[in-house]
Design a protein around this ligand. Structure first.
Ligand code: FAD
Ligand code: MLT
Ligand code: ZN
Length: 485
Protein backbone atom coordinates (compact mmCIF):
# COMPACT_ATOMS: atom_id res chain seq x y z
CA UNK A 1 0.00 0.00 0.00
CA UNK A 2 0.57 3.67 -0.33
CA UNK A 3 4.19 3.91 -1.37
CA UNK A 4 2.92 7.09 -3.03
CA UNK A 5 1.23 8.39 0.09
CA UNK A 6 4.54 8.40 1.87
CA UNK A 7 5.74 11.01 -0.60
CA UNK A 8 3.34 13.62 0.77
CA UNK A 9 3.14 14.98 4.25
CA UNK A 10 -0.05 15.76 6.10
CA UNK A 11 -0.85 19.44 5.85
CA UNK A 12 -0.41 20.68 9.43
CA UNK A 13 -3.02 23.41 8.95
CA UNK A 14 -5.78 20.78 8.96
CA UNK A 15 -7.53 19.98 12.24
CA UNK A 16 -8.21 16.52 13.61
CA UNK A 17 -11.69 15.27 14.36
CA UNK A 18 -13.03 15.72 17.86
CA UNK A 19 -16.23 14.72 19.65
CA UNK A 20 -17.88 18.12 19.02
CA UNK A 21 -17.43 17.55 15.28
CA UNK A 22 -19.15 14.18 15.54
CA UNK A 23 -22.04 15.67 17.49
CA UNK A 24 -22.45 18.38 14.88
CA UNK A 25 -22.49 15.89 11.99
CA UNK A 26 -24.96 13.64 13.81
CA UNK A 27 -27.19 16.63 14.41
CA UNK A 28 -27.28 17.46 10.71
CA UNK A 29 -27.28 14.01 9.12
CA UNK A 30 -28.75 11.77 11.79
CA UNK A 31 -26.85 9.06 13.65
CA UNK A 32 -26.87 6.41 10.92
CA UNK A 33 -25.44 8.66 8.22
CA UNK A 34 -22.37 9.39 10.28
CA UNK A 35 -20.41 6.19 9.76
CA UNK A 36 -17.64 5.16 12.11
CA UNK A 37 -17.97 1.42 11.61
CA UNK A 38 -14.50 -0.02 11.06
CA UNK A 39 -15.41 -2.43 8.26
CA UNK A 40 -17.20 0.22 6.24
CA UNK A 41 -14.37 2.63 6.78
CA UNK A 42 -11.84 0.01 5.71
CA UNK A 43 -13.64 -0.31 2.36
CA UNK A 44 -13.91 3.45 1.94
CA UNK A 45 -10.25 3.96 2.84
CA UNK A 46 -8.95 1.59 0.15
CA UNK A 47 -9.16 2.17 -3.58
CA UNK A 48 -10.38 -0.30 -6.22
CA UNK A 49 -6.87 -1.43 -7.09
CA UNK A 50 -5.93 -1.94 -3.43
CA UNK A 51 -3.01 0.34 -4.08
CA UNK A 52 -3.86 3.42 -2.04
CA UNK A 53 -4.94 3.41 1.58
CA UNK A 54 -5.99 6.25 3.82
CA UNK A 55 -6.80 6.39 7.51
CA UNK A 56 -10.08 8.21 7.71
CA UNK A 57 -12.16 7.69 10.81
CA UNK A 58 -15.35 9.14 9.37
CA UNK A 59 -17.65 8.65 6.42
CA UNK A 60 -20.55 11.09 5.97
CA UNK A 61 -23.64 10.25 3.90
CA UNK A 62 -25.65 13.40 3.17
CA UNK A 63 -29.16 12.97 1.71
CA UNK A 64 -29.61 16.30 -0.02
CA UNK A 65 -27.78 19.41 -1.19
CA UNK A 66 -28.60 21.31 1.97
CA UNK A 67 -26.90 18.67 4.09
CA UNK A 68 -23.84 18.72 1.82
CA UNK A 69 -23.76 22.48 2.20
CA UNK A 70 -24.00 22.36 5.99
CA UNK A 71 -21.27 19.78 6.44
CA UNK A 72 -18.89 21.48 4.03
CA UNK A 73 -19.44 24.86 5.64
CA UNK A 74 -18.66 23.27 8.99
CA UNK A 75 -15.56 21.41 7.72
CA UNK A 76 -14.29 24.60 6.17
CA UNK A 77 -14.75 26.63 9.34
CA UNK A 78 -13.02 23.88 11.34
CA UNK A 79 -10.37 23.26 8.67
CA UNK A 80 -11.25 19.61 8.44
CA UNK A 81 -10.01 18.19 5.14
CA UNK A 82 -12.50 16.14 3.10
CA UNK A 83 -12.42 13.68 0.24
CA UNK A 84 -15.50 13.40 -1.97
CA UNK A 85 -16.07 9.75 -2.84
CA UNK A 86 -18.50 8.22 -5.33
CA UNK A 87 -18.33 4.55 -6.32
CA UNK A 88 -14.64 4.47 -5.41
CA UNK A 89 -13.72 3.00 -8.79
CA UNK A 90 -11.19 5.70 -9.64
CA UNK A 91 -7.80 4.46 -10.81
CA UNK A 92 -5.44 7.25 -9.72
CA UNK A 93 -5.86 7.27 -5.95
CA UNK A 94 -8.15 10.33 -6.06
CA UNK A 95 -11.17 8.86 -4.30
CA UNK A 96 -9.61 7.71 -1.04
CA UNK A 97 -8.13 9.76 1.78
CA UNK A 98 -4.37 10.09 2.00
CA UNK A 99 -4.40 10.69 5.75
CA UNK A 100 -7.45 11.27 7.97
CA UNK A 101 -9.66 13.30 5.61
CA UNK A 102 -13.40 13.02 6.20
CA UNK A 103 -15.01 10.98 3.41
CA UNK A 104 -18.21 12.44 1.95
CA UNK A 105 -20.28 10.17 -0.27
CA UNK A 106 -23.48 11.40 -1.96
CA UNK A 107 -24.59 7.83 -2.80
CA UNK A 108 -27.90 8.36 -0.97
CA UNK A 109 -28.69 11.19 -3.37
CA UNK A 110 -29.75 8.87 -6.15
CA UNK A 111 -33.02 10.21 -7.50
CA UNK A 112 -33.89 10.96 -11.08
CA UNK A 113 -35.29 14.47 -10.96
CA UNK A 114 -36.66 14.87 -14.48
CA UNK A 115 -36.45 13.39 -17.93
CA UNK A 116 -37.58 15.29 -21.00
CA UNK A 117 -38.49 12.78 -23.70
CA UNK A 118 -38.56 15.39 -26.42
CA UNK A 119 -35.06 16.75 -25.90
CA UNK A 120 -33.57 13.64 -24.23
CA UNK A 121 -32.33 15.73 -21.30
CA UNK A 122 -31.95 13.89 -18.01
CA UNK A 123 -31.63 15.69 -14.68
CA UNK A 124 -30.58 13.58 -11.71
CA UNK A 125 -28.82 13.58 -8.39
CA UNK A 126 -25.08 12.97 -8.38
CA UNK A 127 -25.24 9.70 -6.44
CA UNK A 128 -27.10 7.80 -9.18
CA UNK A 129 -25.18 4.67 -10.20
CA UNK A 130 -24.31 4.83 -13.89
CA UNK A 131 -25.81 1.42 -14.66
CA UNK A 132 -29.15 2.46 -13.12
CA UNK A 133 -29.21 5.51 -15.37
CA UNK A 134 -28.40 3.33 -18.37
CA UNK A 135 -31.34 1.01 -17.52
CA UNK A 136 -33.70 3.89 -16.81
CA UNK A 137 -32.90 5.51 -20.14
CA UNK A 138 -33.17 2.20 -21.97
CA UNK A 139 -36.75 1.89 -20.74
CA UNK A 140 -37.44 5.39 -22.02
CA UNK A 141 -35.93 4.60 -25.44
CA UNK A 142 -32.72 6.58 -24.88
CA UNK A 143 -29.06 5.82 -24.14
CA UNK A 144 -26.47 7.28 -21.84
CA UNK A 145 -23.69 8.93 -23.86
CA UNK A 146 -21.26 7.36 -21.38
CA UNK A 147 -20.55 3.69 -20.69
CA UNK A 148 -17.66 2.06 -18.87
CA UNK A 149 -16.65 -1.19 -17.23
CA UNK A 150 -17.22 0.19 -13.72
CA UNK A 151 -20.87 1.11 -14.49
CA UNK A 152 -22.25 -1.17 -11.76
CA UNK A 153 -20.57 0.89 -9.01
CA UNK A 154 -19.53 4.31 -10.28
CA UNK A 155 -21.78 7.30 -9.69
CA UNK A 156 -22.64 9.95 -12.22
CA UNK A 157 -21.17 12.57 -9.88
CA UNK A 158 -17.89 10.63 -9.91
CA UNK A 159 -18.08 10.29 -13.69
CA UNK A 160 -18.57 14.02 -14.13
CA UNK A 161 -15.87 14.83 -11.57
CA UNK A 162 -13.36 12.65 -13.45
CA UNK A 163 -14.68 13.63 -16.89
CA UNK A 164 -14.81 9.89 -17.58
CA UNK A 165 -14.36 8.86 -21.21
CA UNK A 166 -15.21 5.21 -21.69
CA UNK A 167 -16.52 3.03 -24.46
CA UNK A 168 -18.87 5.35 -26.35
CA UNK A 169 -16.64 8.39 -26.50
CA UNK A 170 -15.80 7.81 -30.16
CA UNK A 171 -19.47 8.34 -31.00
CA UNK A 172 -20.85 10.78 -28.43
CA UNK A 173 -17.75 12.67 -27.30
CA UNK A 174 -16.77 14.09 -23.95
CA UNK A 175 -18.85 14.93 -20.88
CA UNK A 176 -17.77 18.51 -21.50
CA UNK A 177 -20.17 18.31 -24.43
CA UNK A 178 -22.90 16.14 -22.93
CA UNK A 179 -23.23 17.62 -19.46
CA UNK A 180 -25.53 20.59 -19.92
CA UNK A 181 -25.55 21.74 -16.34
CA UNK A 182 -24.73 20.87 -12.78
CA UNK A 183 -25.17 21.90 -9.20
CA UNK A 184 -22.11 21.97 -6.97
CA UNK A 185 -21.40 22.87 -3.37
CA UNK A 186 -18.26 24.88 -2.72
CA UNK A 187 -15.91 24.40 0.20
CA UNK A 188 -17.60 27.19 2.18
CA UNK A 189 -21.02 25.60 1.72
CA UNK A 190 -22.24 27.93 -1.03
CA UNK A 191 -24.48 26.13 -3.48
CA UNK A 192 -23.77 27.00 -7.12
CA UNK A 193 -26.83 26.43 -9.26
CA UNK A 194 -25.65 25.84 -12.81
CA UNK A 195 -28.21 23.14 -13.48
CA UNK A 196 -29.21 24.44 -16.91
CA UNK A 197 -30.93 22.18 -19.39
CA UNK A 198 -30.20 24.15 -22.53
CA UNK A 199 -28.12 23.07 -25.51
CA UNK A 200 -27.07 26.63 -26.09
CA UNK A 201 -26.30 29.27 -23.48
CA UNK A 202 -23.59 31.86 -24.10
CA UNK A 203 -24.19 34.08 -21.11
CA UNK A 204 -20.64 34.59 -19.95
CA UNK A 205 -18.16 32.12 -18.49
CA UNK A 206 -19.43 28.55 -18.52
CA UNK A 207 -18.29 27.65 -15.02
CA UNK A 208 -19.76 24.15 -14.96
CA UNK A 209 -16.75 23.08 -17.01
CA UNK A 210 -14.49 23.79 -14.03
CA UNK A 211 -16.22 21.02 -12.14
CA UNK A 212 -16.14 18.51 -14.99
CA UNK A 213 -12.85 16.70 -14.48
CA UNK A 214 -11.70 18.61 -11.38
CA UNK A 215 -11.76 15.40 -9.30
CA UNK A 216 -13.47 16.82 -6.25
CA UNK A 217 -10.88 19.55 -5.78
CA UNK A 218 -13.21 22.51 -6.36
CA UNK A 219 -16.57 21.40 -4.98
CA UNK A 220 -18.94 18.51 -4.47
CA UNK A 221 -21.19 17.86 -7.46
CA UNK A 222 -24.73 17.24 -6.23
CA UNK A 223 -26.89 17.28 -9.39
CA UNK A 224 -26.28 16.99 -13.10
CA UNK A 225 -28.19 17.43 -16.33
CA UNK A 226 -27.12 15.38 -19.31
CA UNK A 227 -28.02 15.26 -22.94
CA UNK A 228 -28.89 11.69 -23.94
CA UNK A 229 -29.24 10.44 -27.51
CA UNK A 230 -32.18 8.29 -28.61
CA UNK A 231 -31.73 4.52 -28.59
CA UNK A 232 -31.39 3.30 -32.15
CA UNK A 233 -32.77 -0.01 -33.27
CA UNK A 234 -29.78 -1.67 -34.85
CA UNK A 235 -26.59 -2.47 -32.95
CA UNK A 236 -23.92 -4.75 -34.39
CA UNK A 237 -20.67 -5.89 -32.86
CA UNK A 238 -17.70 -7.51 -34.52
CA UNK A 239 -14.78 -9.15 -32.75
CA UNK A 240 -11.74 -9.12 -35.01
CA UNK A 241 -8.10 -10.11 -35.09
CA UNK A 242 -5.16 -8.24 -36.64
CA UNK A 243 -1.61 -9.48 -36.83
CA UNK A 244 0.22 -6.18 -36.52
CA UNK A 245 -0.43 -2.77 -35.06
CA UNK A 246 -0.21 -1.00 -38.41
CA UNK A 247 -3.22 -3.01 -39.57
CA UNK A 248 -5.20 -1.94 -36.47
CA UNK A 249 -4.38 1.64 -37.27
CA UNK A 250 -5.33 1.31 -40.94
CA UNK A 251 -8.54 -0.42 -39.94
CA UNK A 252 -9.44 2.53 -37.74
CA UNK A 253 -9.00 4.99 -40.63
CA UNK A 254 -11.06 2.69 -42.85
CA UNK A 255 -13.78 2.29 -40.22
CA UNK A 256 -14.09 6.05 -39.78
CA UNK A 257 -14.39 6.49 -43.53
CA UNK A 258 -16.53 3.46 -44.42
CA UNK A 259 -18.73 3.08 -41.36
CA UNK A 260 -18.86 6.80 -40.75
CA UNK A 261 -21.92 7.86 -38.80
CA UNK A 262 -22.80 4.37 -37.53
CA UNK A 263 -19.46 3.67 -35.82
CA UNK A 264 -20.10 3.61 -32.05
CA UNK A 265 -17.05 1.86 -30.56
CA UNK A 266 -13.53 1.03 -31.67
CA UNK A 267 -11.62 -0.74 -28.90
CA UNK A 268 -8.46 -2.82 -28.92
CA UNK A 269 -6.52 -5.25 -26.78
CA UNK A 270 -3.23 -6.95 -27.45
CA UNK A 271 -2.53 -10.67 -27.03
CA UNK A 272 -1.14 -10.09 -23.50
CA UNK A 273 -4.42 -8.48 -22.42
CA UNK A 274 -6.38 -11.29 -24.08
CA UNK A 275 -4.34 -13.95 -22.27
CA UNK A 276 -5.01 -12.28 -18.94
CA UNK A 277 -8.75 -12.22 -19.57
CA UNK A 278 -8.80 -15.86 -20.66
CA UNK A 279 -6.69 -16.95 -17.69
CA UNK A 280 -8.28 -14.93 -14.91
CA UNK A 281 -11.97 -14.49 -15.72
CA UNK A 282 -14.39 -17.33 -15.44
CA UNK A 283 -16.55 -18.29 -18.39
CA UNK A 284 -14.69 -16.15 -20.91
CA UNK A 285 -13.45 -17.71 -24.10
CA UNK A 286 -11.89 -16.45 -27.28
CA UNK A 287 -14.70 -16.16 -29.85
CA UNK A 288 -12.21 -16.62 -32.69
CA UNK A 289 -11.60 -20.27 -33.44
CA UNK A 290 -8.24 -19.88 -35.13
CA UNK A 291 -5.35 -19.92 -32.67
CA UNK A 292 -3.58 -16.91 -31.26
CA UNK A 293 -3.49 -13.43 -32.71
CA UNK A 294 -1.40 -10.39 -31.88
CA UNK A 295 -4.25 -7.87 -31.62
CA UNK A 296 -7.98 -8.02 -31.08
CA UNK A 297 -10.48 -5.31 -31.98
CA UNK A 298 -14.03 -4.75 -30.96
CA UNK A 299 -15.99 -2.66 -33.43
CA UNK A 300 -19.57 -1.67 -32.72
CA UNK A 301 -22.03 0.08 -35.01
CA UNK A 302 -25.26 1.73 -33.95
CA UNK A 303 -27.80 2.96 -36.46
CA UNK A 304 -31.45 3.13 -37.32
CA UNK A 305 -31.71 0.82 -40.31
CA UNK A 306 -31.07 -2.84 -39.62
CA UNK A 307 -30.48 -4.13 -43.12
CA UNK A 308 -28.54 -1.10 -44.31
CA UNK A 309 -26.30 -1.07 -41.21
CA UNK A 310 -25.55 -4.77 -41.38
CA UNK A 311 -24.83 -4.59 -45.09
CA UNK A 312 -22.48 -1.69 -44.50
CA UNK A 313 -20.60 -3.49 -41.71
CA UNK A 314 -20.39 -6.75 -43.65
CA UNK A 315 -19.05 -5.00 -46.74
CA UNK A 316 -16.47 -3.24 -44.57
CA UNK A 317 -15.40 -6.51 -42.96
CA UNK A 318 -15.21 -8.36 -46.25
CA UNK A 319 -13.09 -5.66 -47.80
CA UNK A 320 -10.80 -5.55 -44.74
CA UNK A 321 -10.43 -9.32 -44.85
CA UNK A 322 -9.60 -9.28 -48.58
CA UNK A 323 -7.07 -6.51 -48.18
CA UNK A 324 -5.41 -8.48 -45.38
CA UNK A 325 -6.01 -5.96 -42.59
CA UNK A 326 -7.91 -8.46 -40.51
CA UNK A 327 -6.94 -12.10 -40.20
CA UNK A 328 -10.08 -13.38 -38.53
CA UNK A 329 -13.36 -12.09 -37.24
CA UNK A 330 -16.85 -12.85 -36.05
CA UNK A 331 -20.08 -10.87 -35.93
CA UNK A 332 -22.25 -11.28 -32.82
CA UNK A 333 -25.37 -13.26 -33.72
CA UNK A 334 -27.40 -12.30 -30.69
CA UNK A 335 -27.37 -10.13 -27.61
CA UNK A 336 -25.64 -12.80 -25.49
CA UNK A 337 -22.80 -13.08 -27.91
CA UNK A 338 -22.58 -9.30 -28.10
CA UNK A 339 -22.24 -9.04 -24.34
CA UNK A 340 -19.66 -11.82 -24.31
CA UNK A 341 -17.53 -9.73 -26.70
CA UNK A 342 -17.90 -6.70 -24.43
CA UNK A 343 -17.04 -8.85 -21.41
CA UNK A 344 -13.63 -9.55 -22.94
CA UNK A 345 -12.79 -5.89 -23.43
CA UNK A 346 -14.42 -4.60 -20.24
CA UNK A 347 -12.88 -7.45 -18.26
CA UNK A 348 -9.26 -6.44 -18.87
CA UNK A 349 -8.91 -4.20 -15.76
CA UNK A 350 -10.46 -6.91 -13.56
CA UNK A 351 -8.21 -9.60 -15.05
CA UNK A 352 -5.16 -7.40 -14.44
CA UNK A 353 -6.24 -6.90 -10.84
CA UNK A 354 -6.54 -10.63 -10.33
CA UNK A 355 -3.12 -11.19 -11.87
CA UNK A 356 -1.52 -9.11 -9.09
CA UNK A 357 0.10 -5.71 -8.62
CA UNK A 358 -0.32 -3.41 -11.60
CA UNK A 359 1.18 -0.10 -12.67
CA UNK A 360 -1.48 1.71 -14.71
CA UNK A 361 -0.94 4.40 -17.30
CA UNK A 362 -3.72 6.08 -19.23
CA UNK A 363 -2.28 8.05 -22.11
CA UNK A 364 -3.49 10.12 -25.03
CA UNK A 365 -1.07 9.64 -27.90
CA UNK A 366 -1.09 9.99 -31.66
CA UNK A 367 -2.57 6.69 -32.86
CA UNK A 368 0.38 5.94 -35.14
CA UNK A 369 2.88 6.20 -32.23
CA UNK A 370 0.78 4.59 -29.54
CA UNK A 371 1.87 0.97 -29.63
CA UNK A 372 5.59 1.75 -30.01
CA UNK A 373 5.53 2.76 -26.36
CA UNK A 374 4.16 -0.64 -25.35
CA UNK A 375 6.92 -2.34 -27.34
CA UNK A 376 9.60 -0.11 -25.88
CA UNK A 377 8.38 -0.78 -22.36
CA UNK A 378 8.40 -4.50 -23.06
CA UNK A 379 12.02 -4.27 -24.19
CA UNK A 380 12.96 -2.17 -21.14
CA UNK A 381 11.34 -4.47 -18.60
CA UNK A 382 12.28 -7.81 -20.16
CA UNK A 383 11.13 -10.76 -18.06
CA UNK A 384 10.58 -8.73 -14.91
CA UNK A 385 6.96 -7.82 -15.74
CA UNK A 386 4.14 -8.36 -18.20
CA UNK A 387 3.51 -5.25 -20.32
CA UNK A 388 -0.06 -5.03 -21.53
CA UNK A 389 -1.67 -2.66 -24.05
CA UNK A 390 -5.37 -2.05 -24.60
CA UNK A 391 -7.78 0.84 -24.75
CA UNK A 392 -9.93 3.18 -26.73
CA UNK A 393 -8.06 3.12 -30.03
CA UNK A 394 -10.78 5.17 -31.71
CA UNK A 395 -9.98 8.06 -29.34
CA UNK A 396 -6.18 7.74 -29.35
CA UNK A 397 -6.30 6.53 -25.74
CA UNK A 398 -3.83 3.83 -24.73
CA UNK A 399 -4.05 1.95 -21.45
CA UNK A 400 -0.50 0.82 -20.84
CA UNK A 401 -0.43 -1.51 -17.85
CA UNK A 402 2.54 -3.22 -16.28
CA UNK A 403 1.58 -6.31 -14.37
CA UNK A 404 4.32 -7.18 -11.89
CA UNK A 405 4.94 -9.89 -9.29
CA UNK A 406 5.06 -7.18 -6.58
CA UNK A 407 5.12 -3.40 -6.17
CA UNK A 408 8.80 -2.79 -6.51
CA UNK A 409 10.79 0.44 -6.71
CA UNK A 410 13.23 -1.01 -9.24
CA UNK A 411 10.40 -1.81 -11.63
CA UNK A 412 8.82 1.58 -11.01
CA UNK A 413 12.12 3.31 -11.76
CA UNK A 414 12.20 1.52 -15.13
CA UNK A 415 8.74 2.86 -15.97
CA UNK A 416 8.73 6.38 -14.54
CA UNK A 417 9.61 8.99 -15.59
CA UNK A 418 10.27 7.21 -18.92
CA UNK A 419 6.55 6.82 -19.75
CA UNK A 420 5.79 10.44 -18.91
CA UNK A 421 8.79 11.78 -20.80
CA UNK A 422 7.90 9.67 -23.83
CA UNK A 423 4.31 10.91 -23.73
CA UNK A 424 5.35 14.52 -23.34
CA UNK A 425 7.87 14.21 -26.20
CA UNK A 426 5.08 13.00 -28.47
CA UNK A 427 2.80 15.81 -27.29
CA UNK A 428 0.41 13.40 -25.63
CA UNK A 429 -1.40 13.60 -22.32
CA UNK A 430 -0.34 11.70 -19.20
CA UNK A 431 -4.01 11.32 -18.32
CA UNK A 432 -6.47 10.75 -21.13
CA UNK A 433 -9.50 9.92 -18.98
CA UNK A 434 -8.67 8.73 -15.45
CA UNK A 435 -7.51 12.07 -14.05
CA UNK A 436 -4.44 12.94 -11.98
CA UNK A 437 -5.60 12.05 -8.48
CA UNK A 438 -2.76 11.42 -6.06
CA UNK A 439 -0.82 9.31 -8.52
CA UNK A 440 -0.06 12.03 -11.04
CA UNK A 441 -0.56 15.34 -9.22
CA UNK A 442 3.16 16.05 -9.27
CA UNK A 443 3.48 14.94 -12.89
CA UNK A 444 1.08 17.58 -14.21
CA UNK A 445 3.88 19.56 -15.85
CA UNK A 446 4.42 16.79 -18.40
CA UNK A 447 1.08 17.82 -19.91
CA UNK A 448 0.41 21.40 -18.80
CA UNK A 449 2.49 24.57 -18.96
CA UNK A 450 3.64 26.35 -15.79
CA UNK A 451 1.36 29.27 -16.55
CA UNK A 452 -1.66 27.00 -16.86
CA UNK A 453 -0.90 25.19 -13.61
CA UNK A 454 -0.39 28.53 -11.89
CA UNK A 455 -3.85 29.68 -13.02
CA UNK A 456 -5.36 26.37 -11.91
CA UNK A 457 -3.82 26.93 -8.47
CA UNK A 458 -5.27 30.46 -8.36
CA UNK A 459 -8.73 29.12 -9.18
CA UNK A 460 -8.36 26.48 -6.49
CA UNK A 461 -7.34 29.16 -3.98
CA UNK A 462 -10.35 31.29 -4.93
CA UNK A 463 -12.88 28.48 -4.61
CA UNK A 464 -11.30 26.63 -1.72
CA UNK A 465 -9.05 29.07 0.16
CA UNK A 466 -8.32 26.65 3.00
CA UNK A 467 -7.57 23.81 0.60
CA UNK A 468 -9.89 21.37 2.40
CA UNK A 469 -11.29 19.75 -0.75
CA UNK A 470 -9.42 16.62 -1.78
CA UNK A 471 -5.99 17.81 -0.66
CA UNK A 472 -2.79 16.33 -2.14
CA UNK A 473 -4.64 15.50 -5.37
CA UNK A 474 -4.69 17.02 -8.88
CA UNK A 475 -2.42 20.02 -8.22
CA UNK A 476 1.27 19.52 -7.48
CA UNK A 477 2.51 19.94 -3.96
CA UNK A 478 5.77 21.35 -5.18
CA UNK A 479 6.81 24.64 -3.60
CA UNK A 480 7.50 27.44 -4.27
CA UNK A 481 5.63 27.77 -7.55
CA UNK A 482 2.23 27.24 -6.02
CA UNK A 483 2.62 29.20 -2.83
CA UNK A 484 0.02 31.78 -3.74
CA UNK A 485 -1.06 34.05 -0.98
P1 FAD B 1 -14.71 7.79 -7.36
O1 FAD B 1 -13.72 6.79 -7.80
O2 FAD B 1 -15.35 7.60 -6.07
O3 FAD B 1 -14.01 9.24 -7.38
C1 FAD B 1 -13.25 9.65 -8.48
C2 FAD B 1 -12.86 11.13 -8.28
O4 FAD B 1 -14.03 11.95 -8.34
C3 FAD B 1 -12.24 11.41 -6.94
O5 FAD B 1 -11.27 12.41 -7.09
C4 FAD B 1 -13.38 11.91 -6.09
O6 FAD B 1 -12.94 12.79 -5.07
C5 FAD B 1 -14.23 12.63 -7.10
N1 FAD B 1 -15.68 12.58 -6.84
C6 FAD B 1 -16.49 11.50 -6.78
N2 FAD B 1 -17.77 11.88 -6.60
C7 FAD B 1 -17.77 13.22 -6.56
C8 FAD B 1 -18.79 14.22 -6.42
N3 FAD B 1 -20.08 13.91 -6.29
N4 FAD B 1 -18.42 15.52 -6.42
C9 FAD B 1 -17.12 15.87 -6.55
N5 FAD B 1 -16.13 14.99 -6.69
C10 FAD B 1 -16.45 13.68 -6.71
N6 FAD B 1 -12.69 5.66 -16.45
C11 FAD B 1 -12.85 6.14 -17.70
O7 FAD B 1 -12.73 7.35 -17.91
N7 FAD B 1 -13.15 5.31 -18.76
C12 FAD B 1 -13.30 3.98 -18.60
O8 FAD B 1 -13.55 3.26 -19.55
C13 FAD B 1 -13.16 3.45 -17.28
N8 FAD B 1 -13.35 2.15 -17.07
C14 FAD B 1 -13.17 1.63 -15.81
C15 FAD B 1 -13.33 0.28 -15.61
C16 FAD B 1 -13.14 -0.27 -14.36
C17 FAD B 1 -13.34 -1.75 -14.15
C18 FAD B 1 -12.78 0.56 -13.27
C19 FAD B 1 -12.59 0.01 -11.89
C20 FAD B 1 -12.63 1.92 -13.46
C21 FAD B 1 -12.81 2.47 -14.73
N9 FAD B 1 -12.65 3.84 -14.97
C22 FAD B 1 -12.82 4.34 -16.23
C23 FAD B 1 -12.26 4.73 -13.89
C24 FAD B 1 -13.49 5.16 -13.01
O9 FAD B 1 -14.48 4.26 -13.01
C25 FAD B 1 -14.06 6.43 -13.49
O10 FAD B 1 -13.12 7.41 -13.32
C26 FAD B 1 -15.37 6.82 -12.79
O11 FAD B 1 -15.86 7.93 -13.47
C27 FAD B 1 -15.24 7.16 -11.30
O12 FAD B 1 -16.52 7.28 -10.71
P2 FAD B 1 -16.76 6.95 -9.16
O13 FAD B 1 -18.15 7.28 -8.82
O14 FAD B 1 -16.31 5.58 -8.84
O15 FAD B 1 -15.79 8.02 -8.49
C1 MLT C 1 -10.76 0.73 -19.44
O1 MLT C 1 -10.83 1.32 -20.51
O2 MLT C 1 -10.85 -0.51 -19.35
C2 MLT C 1 -10.64 1.54 -18.20
O3 MLT C 1 -10.25 2.85 -18.42
C3 MLT C 1 -9.96 0.88 -17.06
C4 MLT C 1 -8.50 0.65 -17.24
O4 MLT C 1 -7.82 1.48 -17.83
O5 MLT C 1 -7.98 -0.35 -16.78
ZN1 ZN D 1 -10.49 3.38 -20.46
Amino acid sequence: FGSLATKVERNPSFSSLNSDDLSYFKGVLGEKNVVQDEDRLETANIDWMHKYKGFSKLLLLPRNTEEVSKILEYCNSRRLAVVPQGGNTGLVGGSVPVFDEVIINVGSMNKIIAFDKVSGILVCEAGCILENLISYLDNQGFVMPLDLGAKGSCQIGGNVSTNAGGLRFVRYGSLHGNVLGLEAVLANGDVLDMLGTLRKDNTGYDLKHLFIGSEGSLGIVTKVSILTPPKLSSVNIAFLACEDYLSCQKLLSEAKRKLGEILSAFEFLDSHAMDLVLNHLEGVRNPLSSAVHNFYLLIETTGSDESYDKEKLEAFLLHSMESGLISDGVLAQDINQASSFWRIREGVPEALMRAGPVYKYDLSLPVEKMYSLVEEMRARLGQSANVVGYGHLGDGNLHLNVSAPRYDDTILAQIEPYVYEWTSKHRGSISAEHGLGLMKANEIFYSKSHGTVQLMASIKKLLDPNGILNPYKVLPSLPPLLQLS
